[in-house]
Write a protein that binds this ligand. Structure first.
Ligand code: HEM
Length: 456
């Protein structure tokens, strides 16, 4: 069967892959239960505020949707159905496997976080046209709020991986995932309602329904499959078959909670084929991709305390996403120093992964360390979210509101390379690595010389 190359990645089409005839119609399907439930929740919220007679307003936010669902699911058929669905654990869920999957994120935390930011967000998200159309309208990708938006995404990722209890029904990760499902439905409902008054507001014929089933499958694939084949191996870290199966199983369950059909992630080969099919069908850079990509770069570059340079981001993005995609997203071509730092990063995560494989104590220590520190830094600290986010519906689409290319609003970073601690560290790793290879090469050459003299 045919081979395909997308960016730096080549794969062979198999019977498990999804032809366009199968994926395209999924653009017009969506989470109807979540959609109906959000409408019901809005009605209950209005009744609670005492304005039941007022016709539905265009602003559906402003109340805690999850709390209303939790408190009223027994009184309403739709809410009851949704509540039962998310509290029913499918029989394919194996909690021991899910627990192993959760550790995967922390085991390779450095590689996973860099991969998520540079490949999943920068490459995959920016070039998923339907997703971008929605994000352009919410304003969540405006640099003024984007850092909080990114931290909230990481909060969800940390909560679904923090402990088994957290992802089990009633746990924090489980609850946040339901909040996200309601948030998605509220965004969709809002955009569709605006499109009813002005059909040219959102092109459903081309992009499908906002936050549709195909986009959701794509997102779950980005979360769970991209680290295995598009991110970690490019940094020299090679997940085992067991690790792939475990992490994909975790996100198959997260996807189930988010109304994403789970059969596309039922096995490792099927999940890989799903990822590859969508890589081939869905990658499309539009003018709006350039805006989202620009805003992402503006937000992340030079941010305290790490002051990561634009060059390092460009070098990593180019290695992970390929030059063609990065060129079309308007990314610059960085110099040798940036690539040396990137190489240092790859060598560091590779050596750490090998150490973890050989010394189980190191593995456990890494998992525990990153579990504790990442949650504290991203969720609890004042530089992070400053407390758990409830994923409120705050980036509300409105007629005439569109995200534009913007600067971060921060003062320009005028520090030198010495004030970029991460890159300094990676450069040191790179230099040490080079010296190590030089040492090995010269020992090898000396040995060969001696052998030659002995034989000659
Ligand atoms: C199925 C896998 C997905 C996961 C795990 C996921 C995760 C999340 C999380 C954690 C948030 C909360 C972040 C925040 O509000 O700041 C969020 C919000 C949001 N998501 Fe998703 N998402 C998924 C799919 C999608 C898809 C397919 C779309 C399509 C466009 C989408 C669009 C949005 C939007 C518009 C928001 C509201 C915040 C904003 O305007 O940026 N998500 N998602």
């Amino acid at each position: 069967m045919a081979f395909h190359t997308v960016g730096n990645y080549t794969f062979q089409w198999t019977d498990l892959h999804l032809p366009r005839e199968k994926t395209d119609p999924l653009r017009h399907e969506y989470d109807t239960l979540g959609h109906d439930a959000v409408k019901k929740l809005q009605q209950i919220a209005r009744e609670m505020k005492g304005d039941a007679s007022v016709k539905p307003t265009l602003c559906p936010g402003g109340f805690d949707m999850y709390a209303v669902l939790r408190d009223h699911h027994a009184e309403d058929e739709t809410l009851g159905k949704l509540w039962r669905e998310v509290h029913t654990v499918p029989d394919w869920v194996d909690w021991e496997q899910i627990e192993r999957g959760q550790k995967f994120f922390y085991r390779y935390a450095g590689a996973n976080m860099v991969g998520f930011l540079l490949q999943a967000f920068f490459g995959e998200n920016s070039s998923a046209a339907g997703v971008i159309e929605v994000l352009m309208r919410t304003g969540g990708f405006s640099p003024r709020v984007l850092i909080r938006r990114l931290l909230e995404t990481f909060q969800h990722l940390l909560q679904v991986t923090s402990s088994l209890e957290s992802i089990q029904p009633g746990g924090q990760g489980h609850t946040t995932t339901i909040r996200v499902r309601l948030l998605h439905s509220a965004v969709r409902e809002r955009i569709l309602r605006l499109a009813e008054t002005r059909p040219d507001y959102f092109d459903t014929a081309t992009y499908g329904v906002p936050v549709n089933i195909l986009d959701s499958i794509h997102s779950i694939s980005t979360y769970s499959c991209n680290p295995m084949w598009l991110q970690l191996p490019q940094m020299g870290v090679f997940p085992t078959e067991q690790e792939k199966a475990d992490y994909i199983a975790l996100f198959r369950y997260v996807g189930y909670l988010l109304a994403t059909p789970d059969e596309y992630f039922a096995s490792v080969p099927q999940a890989k084929a799903t990822m590859e099919s969508l890589l081939l069908h869905e990658r499309s850079v539009t003018d709006n991709s350039l805006i989202i990509g620009h805003n992402l770069l503006e937000t992340v570059k030079d941010m305290a305390p790490f002051h990561i340079s634009v060059g390092f981001i460009e070098a990593g993005s180019r290695v992970l996403n390929g030059d063609a995609l990065c060129d079309s997203l308007g990314l610059g071509r960085p110099g040798m120093l940036a690539y040396a730092c990137w190489r240092g990063h790859c060598w560091f995560v590779r050596v750490l992964a090998l150490l973890q494989k050989w010394v189980p104590g190191v593995d456990e220590a890494c998992v525990q360390y990153f579990r504790r520190t990442l949650y504290d830094a991203i969720v609890n600290s004042r530089q992070g979210l400053g407390g758990v986010s409830k994923m409120d519906f705050k980036y509300v689409p409105a007629m005439g509101k569109m995200t534009n290319k913007e600067g971060s609003g921060r003062a320009l970073f005028a520090g030198s390379f010495l004030e970029r601690p991460v890159e300094m560290f990676y450069l040191a790793v790179f230099v040490l690595g080079c010296l190590f290879w030089l040492g090995i090469t010269s020992v090898g050459l000396t040995a060969l010389n001696m052998l030659g003299m002995y034989l000659g």
